[in-house]
Design a protein around this ligand. Structure first.
Ligand code: AHR
Length: 346
């Protein structure tokens, strides 16, 4: 009778574990893993080697080339060979999925939670749960706003506000070089409320507002994707036929926007009808600077795995870590593209 009870308990426990995994979409990964094989990999959710540092990563999604490079950098860093057991969750651009994943990490008692928050608000409750469980939270890429700053340990990523200013400063120089004063600008924004969108918008507008002859005709959310970028650009061309500058807040939206512009018979890039400014600087976009269809790309560096690992190593050794770490980034246009294009890996 006792044995039967034990068997029932074990069955319920196993069913519970499978359900949790299905709900959270969590998966142990290495670069070669297929993230969809959730149930088959249940046995691998618990590290067999106690010396491995267990990391739960909640990633925003796979919305862009940048994001894929960012995920690869993390998965290539946190391998068992390097001493880690990685539980990776792709939130598919939904905050509720990130919250579920974090709760999963807490119940799995990971050593560190590593999070790129989709948007900045709404994290207090779940991060308090992580703090109560004494699990340090490391933020990467995007930031978040919480009432209690001790709810996360540190952040590493890009200075998005500076990126926006760099885009504005580049346009100032470009217009001066072409003896132009005025600009009719449209902005394709990334996910509303994400740190990258907030920073790039504010930084660019700071420069734009200092020029009375620059008109920002519209700022529209195109969600960081090519499909949306194209759709939004088509509409903007109908509403603002006079536009002559497009600021796309990432490469993927820029790909869609340029497609729409070309389909409408507009030329882009150096000497074209429309000046196009982009962010991220992935290889495909750098090739477009080289072939002349894109004017400029403000770099956003996705190779953040080694930075996060550096932080974890310091925390493991109980060393002090900075509250924020900014990654150095560049601006690419026709003047320097030849020097950098070959070495771009993503
Ligand atoms: O948060 C970084 C931004 O998110 C990148 O610019 C974009 O491509 C990604 O989706």
């Amino acid at each position: 009778m006792r044995n039967k009870g034990l068997m029932v308990s074990m069955l319920l426990l196993t069913m519970g574990m499978v359900a949790t995994l299905l709900l959270t979409g969590c998966n142990a990964t290495n670069p070669k893993d297929n993230n969809s094989e959730v149930v088959e990999r249940v046995d691998e959710m618990t590290p067999t080697d106690d010396s491995l540092v267990v990391i739960g990563v909640s990633q925003v999604g796979s919305e862009s080339v940048w994001r894929t490079a960012n995920t690869n950098s993390i998965q290539e860093t946190f391998t068992t060979e390097n001493g880690y057991f990685l539980i990776f969750n792709n939130a598919r651009q939904k905050q509720e999925n990130q919250i579920k994943a974090i709760r999963g990490f807490i119940s799995q008692k990971v050593d560190y939670i590593v999070l790129s928050p989709i948007t900045e608000e709404g994290w207090d409750t779940v991060l308090q749960e992580a703090k109560d469980a004494e699990i340090p939270v490391i933020l990467f890429d995007r930031k978040l706003k919480v009432d209690d700053p001790s709810l996360y340990t540190t952040w590493v990523g890009s200075d998005f506000h500076l990126e926006g200013r760099k885009a504005g400063a580049w346009l100032e120089t470009y217009l001066a070089r072409n003896s132009k004063n005025d600009a009719n600008i449209v902005v394709l924004k990334g996910t509303e409320g994400s740190t990258a969108e907030v920073g790039r918008t504010a930084g660019f507008l700071e420069i734009a507002q200092s020029h009375t002859a620059w008109k920002v005709l519209a700022e529209v959310d195109a969600e960081y994707t090519t499909t949306k970028g194209k759709e939004v650009m088509k509409k903007l061309l109908q509403d603002y036929p006079e536009l002559d500058v497009v600021v796309a807040q990432n490469d993927d939206m820029m790909f869609g926007a340029i497609e729409a512009l070309h389909e409408a018979g507009k030329t882009t890039g150096e000497g074209g009808d429309v000046v196009v400014i982009s962010f991220d600087a992935c290889k495909m976009a750098l090739n477009m600077i080289k072939d002349g269809s894109l004017n400029v790309d403000v770099e956003c560096n996705p190779l953040q795995g080694e930075y996060i690992e550096g932080i974890i190593k310091d925390l493991e050794e109980e060393k002090y870590v900075n509250r924020e770490t900014y990654i150095e980034e560049m601006v690419f246009d026709s003047t320097n593209i030849d020097e950098y294009i070959e070495n771009r890996t993503y």
